[in-house]
Ligand binder design. Structure first.
Ligand code: CA
Length: 228
């Protein structure tokens, strides 16, 4: 899964971002301070995009951005700024950042920016952002296209994220809880049934015979698996 660094000191905003990243199939790596963010980037060199809050205790987001660029890393950088009035400062100081999003932002706005940045970075991130291929299926995370036998199958963002999870873990038994926390986030308050509802819908879209599924197989009393 594509990793996104989330540097944000406010826990509630951070978890809001994390939940939405997971929902859209990204793998969020959290950091509370600038120093922590730089550590996380060293630990996970495959982080493709970093979201950097500007106002932080300790070194601020601009300084983190400057240090990432000074290290020569190709990481895509999106600054999270507090107010639109900060625009001048942002444009003046954002040398090195690829984009910025002004708070408060909607999840779909943020995800659209991340998707777009990942697309732009596509060529340099081929090893992490490349298409997943399994049997007749091809899933391309960078343009979010899912195909069966070369024909596009329209999936919701949630279904796409589930397929991404399955195809990234072929043959692995995934409990319904695993799927729920990977796609909806650990703080999701709803029921496990949402997993089954989505799987049922996915089977209708991707299986040759949805009543006798061959690709998304059921592990009774546990969960699901990609492949038999
Ligand atoms: Ca802040």
């Amino acid at each position: 899964m594509k990793k996104v660094l989330v540097l944000e000191d406010e826990a509630n905003i951070r978890s809001f971002i994390v939940i939405n990243l997971q929902r859209y199939g990204y793998d969020p790596i959290e950091a509370e301070t600038g120093e922590q963010a730089l550590d996380r980037l060293r630990e996970h060199p495959d982080i493709g995009v970093a979201l950097l809050d500007v106002m932080l205790p300790g070194i601020d987001g601009f300084e983190v951005c400057r240090r990432i660029r000074a290290s020569g890393a190709k990481t895509g950088i999106i600054m999270l700024t507090a107010k639109s009035q900060e625009m001048d400062k942002v444009t003046g100081l954002m040398t090195g950042a690829d984009d910025y999003v002004t708070k408060p932002f909607s999840p779909s706005e943020l995800i659209a920016r991340i998707d777009a940045l990942y697309r732009r970075l596509g060529n340099t991130l081929e090893n992490t952002g490349g298409a997943l291929i399994s049997g007749p299926f091809r899933l391309n995370p960078s343009n979010r296209v899912f195909e069966k036998n070369g024909e596009r199958v329209r999936l919701t963002q949630t279904e796409f994220a589930i397929m991404n999870l399955f195809m990234s873990n072929p043959g692995k038994a995934l409990s319904r809880g695993d799927i729920l926390s990977a796609i909806w986030g650990d703080d999701y308050a709803g029921e496990l049934k949402i997993v089954d509802v989505n799987i049922r819908r996915l089977r209708l879209k991707i299986e040759d015979d949805p009543t006798n599924p061959a690709y998304i197989t059921t592990i009774w009393g546990y969960g699901y698996k990609w492949g038999s």
